[in-house]
Design a protein around this ligand. Structure first.
Ligand code: PRP
Length: 195
């Protein structure tokens, strides 16, 4: 990304101290993940399942990087409270529309942090008896993991500090940045200006 492109994000860009992964780097890695999935799932008509909302950016690009027949569906989950989220208690507020029994499922995430959300969703999906179930995440925060999970396809590791862009939000903003950047501390600190 050229400097003037970064600047064209105006209000959003001024809150970013540093670009961690450029648009080009992300697109190249998404292409590699799509190629690997195309190879591994030839003649298997996989169903990609995403959990809203952050994944929609990665999902849209990943689907276009896959060159075999593929389908997509989404679920949405919600936490009962911040405390229950910490215990891995989430509830499904939008279910799949496509039945997955006997299907080859790739569960797609934008980011895996503690792993609690993924653990809940994988158990839920596994109970529906798919033919296979694998995980593809663009970003991973391994330092935050509370549960050991098997991830077949992974894009990049992220540091522990706050980053936004390409689906990752702060208070629902910054998802539309095409790169991943570090949010300036004065934006997210309690009592800060925010955007
Ligand atoms: C993110 C991400 C995962 C979850 C991972 O979603 O998409 O679903 O957090 O966190 P965990 O590993 O600690 O459970 P978020 O709740 O931020 O919702 P969003 O996709 O709408 O931003």
């Amino acid at each position: 990304m050229k400097p003037q492109d970064f600047q064209s994000y105006g209000l959003l860009a001024q809150d970013i101290s540093e670009i961690l992964y450029t648009t080009e780097t992300i697109q190249q890695r998404v292409f590699e993940l799509g190629s690997a999935i195309s190879r591994d799932y030839e003649n298997k008509n996989p169903l990609l399942v995403g959990v809203l909302k952050g994944v929609v950016f990665f999902m849209a690009d990943l689907l276009r990087a896959i060159n075999i027949p593929v389908e997509v569906d989404f679920i949405a989950v919600s936490s009962y409270s911040p405390e229950s989220r910490e215990q891995g208690l989430v509830r499904m507020v939008k279910d799949l529309e496509i039945p997955i029994a006997g299907r080859h499922i790739i569960f797609v995430e934008d980011v895996i942090d503690t792993g609690l959300t993924l653990n809940y969703i994988l158990r839920n999906l596994q109970a529906r008896q798919p033919a296979s179930l694998q995980v593809c995440t663009l970003f991973d925060k391994p330092d935050h993991r509370l549960i050991d999970l098997d991830i077949k396809y992974k894009g990049f590791d992220l540091p522990g500090y706050f980053v936004v862009g390409y689906g990752l939000d702060f208070k629902e903003k910054y998802r539309n940045l095409p790169f991943v950047g570090v949010l300036k501390a004065d934006v997210f600190k309690p009592g800060s200006r925010g955007i």
